[in-house]
Design a protein around this ligand. Structure first.
Ligand code: AMP
Length: 214
């Protein structure tokens, strides 16, 4: 049995065409079922639905043989036990620093002030500001980061940005782009040895599908 870990929403939707190219059709719609294990047209392949941030954990410990997750989630989780063969170029966005409109970020950074930064992405934020030599106090949040600069909880946030509409709607401005993000295919290293042939088939089919859309 091959188990693929996916999260609902954008990653699931954008993965379906890739699965199709590997001859795999998911038989249930995750928006219409409460099932967490979804069958496919291939009896030896199943999909498990997990939270996006849990995908690397499932794959690392062998609860799934492979999974698809954002580079942001992978960096925060760490790469241990995971083989990362493909950039799937789906679910693209960026990680950026944003502040309240009118906040003089450049001056705060120049003056060597300690910046209070709220984020879910503490590893990415810590590494970025350390490389710039900017002192930061990081405040870990789990969501609605846009609120932090508006309520005085933080001077800045580090968050995912796609169109920029969420920032704009909350009177925030993007002041630095930290890195581009896309979804990655990750494979359990032990499974790659034990189930080499069926996993290779899926990885290669994904790779070929990407080449034709390049
Ligand atoms: P936008 O308004 O299009 O800039 O989207 C920003 C919001 O969507 C933020 O709350 C992000 O956390 C979320 N977001 C954008 N792109 C992604 C992605 N690829 N994966 C997960 N969340 C995302």
């Amino acid at each position: 049995m091959i188990t693929l870990a996916l999260s609902k929403g954008r990653i699931f939707d954008e993965t379906l065409p890739l699965l199709r190219s590997a001859g795999i059709e998911v038989l249930d719609d995750p928006e219409k079922t409460r099932k967490l294990i979804l069958a496919t047209n291939r009896p030896e392949v199943r999909v498990v639905l997990v939270r996006a941030t849990d995908v690397p954990t499932y794959v690392q410990y062998g609860g799934a043989d492979l999974g698809i997750t954002g580079l942001d989630t992978l960096i925060e989780h760490g790469n241990e036990g995971l083989y990362q063969p493909l950039d799937l170029r789906i679910a693209q966005c960026r990680v950026s620093v944003a502040v309240r409109e009118g906040y003089d970020y450049a001056a705060a950074v120049r003056q060597g002030a300690r910046l209070r930064v709220a984020t879910k992405y503490v590893t990415i934020a810590r590494d970025f500001f350390a490389a710039k030599g900017v002192h930061v106090d990081l405040i870990k949040l789990y969501g609605s980061m846009e609120l932090a600069p508006l309520t005085g909880l933080a001077d800045a946030i580090v968050d995912l940005v796609s169109t920029g509409n969420t920032l704009k709607a909350n009177n925030l401005v993007e002041v630095e782009r930290i890195m581009d993000i896309s979804a990655r295919l990750v494979v359990n290293q032990a499974a790659l040895k034990l189930k080499r042939e069926p996993l290779r088939h899926i990885v290669d089919a994904f790779g070929r599908a990407l080449e034709t859309t390049a």
